[in-house]
Design a protein around this ligand. Structure first.
Ligand SMILES: Cc1ncc(COP(=O)(O)O)c(C=O)c1O
Length: 434
């Protein structure tokens, strides 16, 4: 069997894996030609054909220190040497990482580990519902919180479904969808009105910076209103910091914004690519999970607190706290945004470059500051795909989905910036002016 080309691997994948990749979003990479990866290092990805790309996808964001950061990988390997899984009682490593999260995040008084952001938001909502005794969840259009039925709603609704409750998947439980209320991001009044209208709100969940649609930045006062209104009604506010936590700040976006939620979901950059996630928050909320699995809130999982993920998290959080990683990737992000912005002007391209910190995204055919989901609906997908194609041909990898941001890691630097902007100059120069 020929495994030596990306094409042959993808062909085999299509026969045994739905869509030929583990997720539909991953399969979108094939829109620009089949690729199967076999190696990664620092800022670089390599395919089975030996083709190299600078990676701006970074697995949808977890890789914050660069692929294969030696200290993180060494910590994970050392843990495997000691023993892989115990699944009873606790370990010193669990305690150490939990203490670190408590030290870092303003909202964290207690911590439960799990393996994905989806699990973390699920747990957070269950804890909030148990506390309030209420069922309704408020979420915001354009925010993704994972694939479970409570939240995979109105993340990318088509224009005609904006303002409604739009399930993203077939097969979702109608009762779960009916118990979710969707509001526009940055609309403080809508939050106050929702609390006036519904007396059964059990949880409010929000990405403090919605990166699931590239980047929306919260208006001054929006998250503060969310905080005040939920506190007045004694309804837990959940920040989904799966992307923002540890990518934009070692102390979470909540620290940067000065808004402390009751519960926080963490994943992605927490482990620099290893599967580790957490729900953390106020002691009284979290303590509901301290029962014996027959009472209180059940939080469970064979692989929860897996030593390999936790070893990676311990080292990643240590590096993020001790080194100027966030400052440097944020400064570099600013230069990518400025550089792309300048190129858009130079080539007379209608569009804007959005982003925050180490995240950036060129958007074609739209101008102004996006405030809410509707503001990204009009972007020119074809042009973005043409841009992604030109960039891939020149050795820069990111997914050709215009709503999916590009990321930087600590392994990206001047050399990557220079080659990226030179390639972007050539590609943007080759697009027809609009
Ligand atoms: C903001 C946000 N929350 C939750 C999730 C779900 O995380 P996971 O894919 O680890 O389940 C994601 C994943 O992209 C995310 O971006």
């Amino acid at each position: 069997m020929d495994d030596t080309t990306s094409r042959s691997v993808v062909e085999r994948a299509r026969a045994v894996i739905p869509g030929g990749a583990q997720t539909g979003l991953r399969a979108q990479a094939y829109d620009l030609g089949e690729v199967a990866f076999s190696e990664s290092s620092g800022p670089t990805l390599e395919t089975v054909d030996g083709e190299e790309f600078t990676d701006y996808h970074l697995a949808f964001g977890p890789i914050v220190l660069g692929h294969g950061h030696p200290a993180v990988d060494d910590a994970a390997k050392a843990t495997i040497d000691d023993g892989v899984l115990y699944g009873a009682a606790t370990t010193a490593l669990e305690v150490e990482v939990a203490e670190r999260v408590v030290d870092l995040l303003p909202s964290a008084e207690m911590v439960n580990f799990c393996n994905s952001g989806t699990e973390a938001t699920y747990h957070a909502i269950r804890l909030a519902r148990a506390y309030t005794g209420n069922d309704r969840v408020l979420k915001f259009e354009g925010c993704y919180h994972g694939w479970h039925d409570y939240v995979d709603i109105s993340v990318y609704p088509p224009r005609e479904r904006v303002g409604e409750t739009h399930p993203e998947s077939d097969g979702m439980l109608p009762e779960a969808v009916d118990h979710t209320e969707v509001l526009p991001f940055n609309d403080a009044e809508a939050v106050v009105e929702a609390f006036a209208e519904f007396d059964d709100i059990g949880a409010v969940i929000c990405e403090p910076i919605p990166h699931s649609v590239d980047c929306l930045v919260p208006d001054e006062g929006f998250l503060e209103t969310l905080r005040e209104t939920t506190a007045e009604n004694d309804v837990p506010l959940i920040f989904d910091e799966v992307i923002t936590g540890f990518r934009h700040s070692a102390r979470g976006m909540q620290h940067e914004l000065g808004v402390t939620p009751d519960l926080t979901a963490l994943a992605k950059a927490m482990g620099n690519g290893y599967p580790v996630a957490a729900v953390c928050g106020r002691e009284d909320l979290m303590a509901q999970a301290g029962g014996d699995n027959t009472s209180g809130v059940v939080i469970s999982g064979t692989y929860s607190g897996h030593p390999v993920g936790l070893a990676a998290a311990s080292e990643t959080l240590r590096v993020l706290s001790a080194e100027p990683v966030i400052e440097e990737i944020t400064a570099l992000g600013e230069r990518y945004r400025e550089g792309l912005d300048g190129l858009f002007s130079e080539h007379g391209i209608e569009g804007r470059v959005v982003g925050y910190g180490s995240v950036f995204s060129p958007q074609f055919g739209v101008t102004g500051e996006p405030q809410r989901y509707e503001d990204v609906l009009g972007l020119d997908e074809e042009r973005f795909v043409a841009f992604a194609r030109g960039m891939r041909e020149r050795g820069h990898f990111f997914t050709p989905n215009p709503y999916k941001r590009q990321h930087l890691s600590w392994a990206h630097g001047e050399a990557e910036l220079e080659t990226y902007l030179a390639a972007a100059d050539a590609v943007l120069g080759s697009l027809p002016v609009n």
